[in-house]
Ligand binder design. Structure first.
Ligand code: HEM
Length: 403
């Protein structure tokens, strides 16, 4: 049997457009079948804020030691340093190791370099009246920043981006074998690319995350070169597509969900972080899966040990019982940072501060530079969407600019 769970087969959202705007389906599920069993794939699904939060927090009932998954981690990555496939207490040691490498130089130290990358990208945009914000900003910013942080040459960012996209690509039934093959190849090439970099940094450590990983210890033992390579792939992958989605969606929300909000930001830059948080709440089709660790009826129906539960984070973020007028995009909403887009509990996103920093710096600099943004006439959204781990995401978005 296949170890992959196919999300589109659960939701039955058929078209790109429906997958991009799944919110009425989310509502239907929250109201009618908040705990939904998909018999075909033997998967439970939860949609309400409280249930999703419980799945994420309660690692004793809902385990990360999963045999089946939405996006299975390639076997090579199931190493001693992988934070994804373990529960506390083991998880704490591995996470501490990554955190060690990730936080010693506080993010503050990286701000000037991130600002430099942002400024370069934004200056490039001044030359044309219409730019593709995804290709010109949302894609290059996160991959350049994470390559820099890890100590990998940022001139290789196109390759890094391509490999990590493939590794996080969701499966579908039609192209199953093809996707499997692509992932295997990407993994092999990515590892072969990183291996000599890791060897070099072990010999001559520099001020970067890969160097720190070569020195970090897990239970008194250093990581092997292979383990450092796998950790680096994890970090290079984890922060790429998600942060790109956040930055792309900020622009989509400003153009389509609340036209006019751009002028509000122009008048008051302190609103920038509020917009970023509301975009994370409002438009992020994230799903997280766990294994049911033992028989339980915490959500009502009897769930069996070994079954899978999918937490629909995007649906939880629109739950009216937690967020008043949840379907309204409102940057002034109190408590919008209670969204679950970065997860919750022991596996809470390690890169959340970095993702927030990048999005905020990019938007603040952009708002200072451009007097206004506008939609492009005759835009056909379908042409700009592509399948991704979050359902559909923007592969391009033309935006009109006024200096
Ligand atoms: C974990 C989302 C950016 C590194 C997670 C989880 C979510 C998430 C939902 C929890 C997974 C789970 O519970 O199984 C996001 C979003 C991002 C983002 C929405 C951008 C908007 C980043 C960045 C990095 C990063 C920039 C750093 C390179 C990680 C790591 C974990 C993680 C290492 C695993 C933590 C653990 O299992 O203990 N992220 N992430 N993320 N994220 Fe992010």
């Amino acid at each position: 049997s296949r170890q992959v769970i196919i999300l589109d087969e659960i939701s039955k959202l058929a078209t790109k457009q429906e997958q991009w705007e799944p919110f009425s389906w989310y509502k239907e599920m929250r109201e009618n079948t908040p705990v939904y069993y998909d018999a075909e794939q033997d998967v439970w699904n939860v949609f309400s804020y409280d249930h999703v939060k419980r799945v994420l927090f309660d690692h004793e009932l809902f385990s990360n030691k999963k045999e089946r998954s939405l996006i299975p981690v390639p076997r090579q990555m199931d190493s001693r340093s992988n934070v994804n496939l373990v529960d506390p207490p083991e998880h704490r040691k591995r996470r501490a190791l990554l955190a060690q490498a990730f936080t010693p130089r506080s993010l503050k130290d990286w701000e000037p370099r991130i600002q430099e990358i942002v400024d370069e990208l934004i200056t490039d945009m001044e030359r044309a009246p219409v730019v593709d914000i995804v290709q010109k900003l949302a894609i290059p910013l996160p991959v350049t920043v994470i390559a820099d942080l890890l100590g990998v040459p940022s001139r290789d960012r196109n390759r890094i981006k391509a490999w990590s996209d493939i590794l996080f690509l969701p499966y579908n039934l039609e192209a199953y074998d093809d996707i499997e093959e692509q992932k295997g190849l990407a993994m092999k090439e990515f590892a072969e690319y990183l291996y000599p970099i890791v060897l070099e940094k072990r010999k001559h450590p520099a001020d970067d995350i890969i160097s720190d990983l070569t020195k970090a210890e897990l239970e008194g033992e250093q990581l092997t070169d292979e383990e450092v390579v796998m950790s680096a792939i994890g970090l290079l992958g984890a922060g790429n597509e998600t942060t790109t989605t956040l930055i792309s969606n900020m622009f989509y929300c400003m153009l389509f969900d609340q036209p006019g909000v751009y002028q509000e930001l122009r008048a008051d830059l302190t609103l920038v972080p509020k917009l970023v948080e509301e975009v994370l709440r409002f438009r992020f089709g994230a799903t997280i899966d766990r294994k049911v660790a033992r028989d339980t009826d915490v959500f009502g129906p009897e769930m069996k040990a070994g079954q899978v539960v999918v937490a629909w984070i995007g649906a939880a973020n629109r739950d009216e019982s937690h967020f008043a007028r949840a379907d309204a995009f409102d940057i002034h909403r109190p408590g919008n940072q209670q969204h679950l887009t970065f997860g919750a509990g022991p596996h809470f996103c390690l890169g959340a501060p970095l993702a927030r920093l990048e999005a905020n710096m990019a938007l603040a600099s952009f708002v200072k530079r451009f007097a206004d943004i506008r939609k492009v006439d005759g835009l056909n959204l379908n042409d700009h969407l592509t399948a991704s781990a979050t359902g559909q995401s923007l592969k391009s978005l033309p935006v009109g600019l006024s200096l």
